[in-house]
Design a protein around this ligand. Sequence first.
Ligand SMILES: [Zn+2]
Length: 265
Amino acid sequence: MKKTAARRDFIKLSALALGGLALGPVSAKAEFRSGLPLPGIIGSGKKLNIVCLGAHPGDPEFGCGGTMARYSEAGHQVTFLYITRGEASDPQKTYAEMAALRTKEAEVACAILNATPQFFGEIDGNTVLDKDKNAEMEKQLAALNPDIVFTQWPVDGHPDHQVTGMLALTAWVHAKRQYHLYFYEVNTGVETMGFTPTDYVDITSTHEKKKAAMFAHKTQDPVNTYNDYFKPLEEFRGLESGVKQAEAFIHFKAEGERAVILGLK
Ligand SMILES: [Zn+2]
C-alpha cells in the first residue's frame, strides 16, 4: 500500500478526532479548552515536551516505544517517568538488588530511544493512589511542563497500571486539562482491558529501535514477551490502520474538545 505523508503522522480513524490534530497548527496551551479544533502536534516546528508514565521499567517502551522514538527523532523532548523501579519482579532478589538492575535496564532503554528517565519513587506491587501521591504527581508533571502526557490505560489487571493511569488523569484534571492526555495499552487481553483506540501511530520506521529498547529489559524475558504479546499486537494495530506496525492510543479529551465533528465547528 502506498503511504501518504498523513499516514506517517497520527492516523485518525474517528470522526470525533478528525478536527485537525494531525494537520492543524499548534495553538497556545490557553486555547486547549476553547472548543476549537485540536491543536496540531506534528510538523509545526515547535519543540514539544512529551512525558510518558509507566508503572514499571519497560511499560513505556513496550507500550509506546515506537511512538516515543518518533518524537525524539523529530527533535522533541521525551521523558519517561517510571512510577516504580520494578523492585518486586524477582523473589530470588532483594528489592534493592532488583531496583538497581531494572534502573540500569531503563537507563539503557532510554538511551536507545533518546528519552530521559525519571523515577517517581513508589514501590512495585504496592503502589498507592491517595491525596499525597496525587499532589506529588501534579508537582512533578508541572515541573516537566508537558505538552502531551502518555500514561497507562487504568482498566488493567495489574493494580500498578491502574494507579499509573489514575495518577496521570488526576494530575491532568488538577492542571485544568492544559495539555493533551493519551492512554496506551500493554499486553491487551491479559493486562489492558476494554481498550478502544482513537488514534494510531505508524511505527514501521522506528520498530527496530523500539525492539532494541524492549530487549534492553533483560530481566523481563523480553524476547518471549515480545513474540507472544507485543509483536501480534503491533501487527494487529498496523492492520487496523493500514500500515505494517502501529501503536494505538486513546486520546482523552477535555469536555470542550469533545463537541467537534468533521466539517462542523
Ligand atoms: Zn507494568
